[in-house]
Write a protein that binds this ligand. Sequence first.
Ligand code: UDP
Length: 571
Amino acid sequence: MKIGKNGLTVLEKRYLVKDEEGKMIETVEGLFDRVANAIADADLHFDSKADTKQTAKEFRNMMTELEFLPNSPTLMNAGRPLGQLSACFVLPVGDSMEEIFEAIKQAALIHKSGGGTGFSFSRLRASGSTVKTTGGVASGPVSFMRVFNMATEAVKQGGTRRGANMGILRVDHPDILQFIDCKKDNADITNFNISVGVTEEFMEAALKGEDYPLYDPRTKLEIGKLNAQEVFDKIVDNAWRNGEPGIIFLDRLNRDNVVPSQGEIESTNPCGEQPLLPYESCNLGSINLLSVLKMDKDGTYVIDYEKLKRIVNTAVHFLDNVIEVNRYPLELIDKTTKATRKIGLGVMGWADMLLRMGIAYNSDEAVVLAEKVMGFINENGRKASHELAKTRGSFPLFSESVFASGAPLRNATVTTIAPTGTLSILAGCSSGVEPVFAFAYIRNVMDNTEMIETNPILKQVLVERGIYSDKLMKEIIAEGSLQHLPEIPEDIKRVFVCSHDISPMHHIKMQAAFQRHTDNAVSKTVNFTHDATREDVREAYIQAYKLDCKGVTIYRDGSRDSQVLNIGSVQ
Ligand code: UDP
């Protein structure tokens, strides 16, 4: 078992099965056995003589070797009574009391099981419009979002993990200005990430400084105009203030909607990486790129593409099986999910892999390699899905999909790049495709002692070069970065760049490189230093648009009272 100390702590705290008194009744080995066996059993749905023992062994090894991990709900719930295995859901919100509160109930059931939900509120009538049955006045999308937020807050207490939501409003909804401001106060609507759903038409108008139309969601009639540049500036100003709202490019989500007959994609999951149709769910899994490095004859690290291909094949098999044994929170989600059978295979440990290979994250070489690695995973992932289709059949809506004239596919989408917030701690690698946030920091452990945590790859290099010392580490802790330290040699400084050493433009270039080879979307936060200007943020949003990203999320250091990642220390 390769799992490290921090990974074990997370497993013990949150993943291992406990009895009613909270006593642990599962070991770490037991967890991986439980998951591997439950997921391998799905093979029997297609072949009553399938060798599930052998498959379970492959699945278990892939997890215990930290080559691949499925999303948290699969680790928590596979082979257990709840049995809900997906991280991502999108629910529709219709313009009636019944539909609004139905969606709240459905979201509560999903949150209880560890899944996250995305909603578009664009169908709700504008605030101030009339309510026919009562003659009253509608309160509009933002006030209903507060109700969703409260429900999530209440479920938080009893669920397996904090419920998370994405709230989206189209830029041409009459309440858009109110929506852009709805999280201006950091303490408001805290269980939501919010994104403005923008259209190409809006972006072009914003770049030209023109007006654009607003539509009544019920009648679809134009009811006014706003200046696109002013609205865009307002989005940028708020994002500069505290990181929200983000933007999603709706037309691009729908350009890549592979079954357009099923309607429009109007939302993503909470962290933005998984666009879905209403009532669709998707299970994710991530390959740890550090695990596919091998030492070359000359002592440098290279990618073992054969190994990567084997992991991709087994991972696609695993994720397709998850769809079979998943216990969906609603009958309709079961049906909708199985009609397209979307899976989201992605990567984690990208920044660590670059460090090992001696390639700077903010170099053109890294961007080229990103395309190569993700291109390889995407291509082989699709091949694996094709192979599965030969024995299991293609996804039921295949003949209505954009793939209809080509080779059969088991899954309508294969790749997604998730944040891997927890998975990367379990695997002991950098998260998703993000750069390293800080090379050293202080971890406050439970008995109030402080421990210095150093990026293991940096530590190894510094030790080898004979310059490692606690004093040096403390200087790195102060900034997260090592660029300011004269005692660090230039060749190390060039490669060991952290998030704030990398220009926002390069963050976006990396996101765009991965996006080009990802069926769904890429979770990425463009991190700015505290002194970044609104103009810098504006430029990043425009570049994300120009480089064909599907969305963009930014965060300026220190712009919220409480932030997930801090330079200096973590709890
Ligand atoms: N998610 C959630 N609550 C959380 C964290 C994540 O609902 O507290 C969902 C959300 O849809 C997110 C997805 O899980 O986009 C994947 O997040 P991540 O990769 O960080 O999850 P992990 O599998 O590492 O726990």
